[in-house]
Write a protein that binds this ligand. Structure first.
Ligand SMILES: [Mg+2]
Length: 121
């Protein structure tokens, strides 16, 4: 890996805000500009399909073809990358939205899962 490639590498303990900023910097440095929202939506769908393919082979009934690898984390990171691109180009603060999501789920499901007999071992 050249020194140039190290410039935009970030630390392991990145906040969501830092991830949004790092992806923005990368796109403006190496990507020229964001793909359109519609293109990125298609890319997001494609990456979700790639994750589904790995999960079907790793946990489901399908098997990896010769030479295929179980790159679960890589596919999840690909999804996160495109999702962050979409958030950046549409003005979404993912930290704020994730906090809202925790609040919504906690209020709505505070007892729901605890009382679900199917979830008890
Ligand atoms: Mg991928």
């Amino acid at each position: 890996m050249s020194n140039e490639c190290l410039i935009l590498q970030t630390g392991k303990n990145m906040t969501i805000k830092e991830a949004q900023d790092a992806v923005d910097k990368w796109v403006k440095t190496y990507g020229v500009r964001y793909f359109s929202e519609l293109t990125n939506m298609a890319c997001l769908t494609e990456e979700v399909g790639e994750l589904a393919r790995v999960i079907a082979r790793r946990y489901g009934d399908q098997s990896f073809k010769k030479g295929e690898k179980s790159n679960l984390g890589e596919e999840m990171a690909d999804i996160l990358w495109v999702l962050v691109c979409l958030a950046n180009q549409t003005g979404v603060d993912l930290t704020e939205e994730l906090n809202k999501s925790f609040e919504k789920k906690t209020c709505r499901d505070a007892h729901r899962h605890l009382e679900n007999p199917k979830l008890k071992a």
